[in-house]
Design a protein around this ligand. Structure first.
Ligand SMILES: C[S@@+](CC[C@H](N)C(=O)[O-])C[C@H]1O[C@@H](n2cnc3c(N)ncnc32)[C@H](O)[C@@H]1O
Length: 495
């Protein structure tokens, strides 16, 4: 018995958060929330409300209350963070949150805060996972932090909008809508979602500047047309009825487009003549056939598609029954894949991420705060690295490594080390060799802006043999196939 519980403890991992009524642990196949004894009574009330009224269609995480263990047991979803979502995913998360406010209000309940990190995506469907955020509106008066702002309002529900929804959701959303992706992601990663106080963003961050300092900001951020920001700000400041405010915000936000402008990469498959129908196998080239055969052979439950572009191979894997995580750096491609997958209810979660950031984790600001001492913020990242969260049975890394090695200058050894870390069973790797006409033309043109480190590489440090040699440090078996054209090879590595 003791041994069992010891094993259990050793495989659970604390997930860092700022809630003071419970601690969250990843148990591998589910997530456990240990409730502080003093909060148990309230949780019983909330749980019975949840069971009776909102199990299926509210979008809450599937949950069971284990009263004797003082634990909530949650279904586990892929952990993703708001700064990795595509622009339209972020918009959908905001609309989902406003809709939840309205649904709960009908029953006298509310979410006591409004933070995008409380939402995860099941495929393309937002799921609200922070059970402890649900409270009876009568208990809002106990949330002291809601009353410490200089406001004439008497309805604390509107304070949640001002104190939480504005800095955590609306300001980053308007920044996405302004096509300032890097800035929006920075806000979510380094500021608002990574700060215990949580009010670190202000309307001044996005509204037209008034003084010199702000004028400098305008120069940096290039903001001029902020009519819609001003309109939303005025709406929040003037509307006195919580429900009406949520309804108006919902409508207003629905109408603001966030879809990124088309990038050159958006028409990649079309321009290569590889926008094949998924059902017309006869038309496929060796590349499509080899990947399909690998999926048929290994039957992965989960597939990670790195450098997915608009997701032709993600769509193939999803059609063959896998849960797919599609990672892509290009804002336009990855958002396009999200909208496409959402419309068709596909099991694909697209994420805007760069390969070179797969090992990056971020620690919580002010982790030494007294109130959160037991969470060991110094050793537990607030935002866990993708290599530890996005591991899948099969990784597809197709026509990407030449960007990483010849473009960014990452060594083959380093690329293979990261790929091995994120792959649970099988890696399908397509390598564009130095003989490929694309690479030869690039070298000849003397304009190596695309592959700016190309001069540092030769057959000695960038070839199929080098990839195989490095891969054998981590994988047991491998097979090599010719892709299309023949100067591209596919290596299927098995652990
Ligand atoms: C040549 S396309 C290959 C697309 C797809 N994997 C295939 O084989 O059909 C390379 C893709 O990788 C993306 N990409 C380039 N550098 C990247 C990086 N550092 N991290 C993530 N994606 C990247 C590009 O935006 C592009 O969509």
């Amino acid at each position: 018995m003791l041994e069992n519980s010891e094993i259990k403890v050793s495989i659970e991992k604390m997930l860092i958060g700022y809630d003071n009524n419970g601690l969250v642990f990843d148990k591998g196949d589910c997530v456990i929330r240990r409730i502080t004894p003093i909060y148990m009574k309230k949780i019983e009330d909330i749980y019975s409300f949840y069971k009776k009224n909102c199990r299926n269609d509210f979008g809450f995480v599937e949950t069971i209350l284990n009263t004797s263990a003082q634990e909530l047991i949650h279904k586990k979803y892929l952990i993703t963070y708001p700064y990795e979502w595509t622009a339209n995913m972020f918009k959908d998360a905001l609309l989902f949150h406003l809709d939840l406010f309205l649904r709960l209000d009908d029953y006298g309940y509310i979410l006591k805060d409004a933070i995008p990190t409380n939402i995860l995506f099941n495929g393309t469907k937002p799921v609200f996972v922070d059970f402890l955020s649900i409270i009876n509106q009568e208990n809002l008066k106990d949330e002291k932090w809601l009353f410490d702002i200089d406001t004439k309002r008497i309805d604390p529900r509107i304070n949640i909008i001002e104190k939480m929804l504005v800095p955590y959701f609306i300001i980053p959303f308007l920044t996405f809508a302004d096509h300032k992706y890097e800035e929006a992601r920075f806000m979510l990663k380094e500021r608002t979602c990574n700060n215990i106080e949580g009010i670190d963003l202000h309307w001044n961050d996005i509204l037209p500047p008034k003084n010199l300092l702000q004028k400098m900001k305008e120069k940096i951020f290039g903001r001029k047309d902020c009519n819609r920001c001003g309109a939303i700000k005025r709406l929040i400041e003037s509307e006195k009825d919580f429900k009406v405010l949520c309804e108006k915000l919902l409508k207003c936000i629905e109408e603001i487009p966030v879809t990124p402008e088309n990038s050159g990469y958006l028409s990649y498959y079309n321009s290569k003549g590889e926008d094949f129908s998924l059902s017309d196998r006869k038309a496929w080239l060796p590349k499509q056939k080899i990947v399909c055969e690998a999926i048929e052979k290994f039957k992965p439950k989960t597939v990670l598609d790195l450098g997915a572009n608009t997701g032709w191979f993600s769509l193939m894997a999803a059609q063959m029954g896998a849960h797919v995580v599609a990672v892509e750096i290009d804002e336009s491609c990855v958002d396009n894949l999200y909208l496409h997958s959402k419309e068709r209810k596909l099991n694909i979660t697209p994420l805007q991420l760069a390969f070179e950031d797969l090992e990056k984790s971020y620690f919580g600001a002010r982790y030494d705060d007294e109130a959160y001492k037991n969470r060991d913020f110094g050793n537990n990242p607030l935002f866990e690295a993708p290599v530890n969260r996005l591991k899948c049975d099969m990784t597809l890394c197709l026509a990407l490594v030449h960007h990483l090695v010849l473009g960014i200058g990452i060594s083959v050894a380093e690329v293979m080390r990261i790929l091995a870390q994120i792959t649970m069973k099988v890696l399908v790797l397509e390598v564009v060799t130095l003989d490929d006409e694309l690479i030869v033309a690039e070298k000849k043109s003397k304009d190596s802006s695309f592959f700016r480190n190309i001069e540092d590489f030769s057959e000695n440090n960038y070839s199929i043999d080098v990839f195989i040699k490095e891969g054998r440090n981590y994988f047991q078996n491998f097979s090599v196939y010719s892709s299309h054209p023949d100067s591209r090879k596919i290596i299927v590595f098995e652990k």
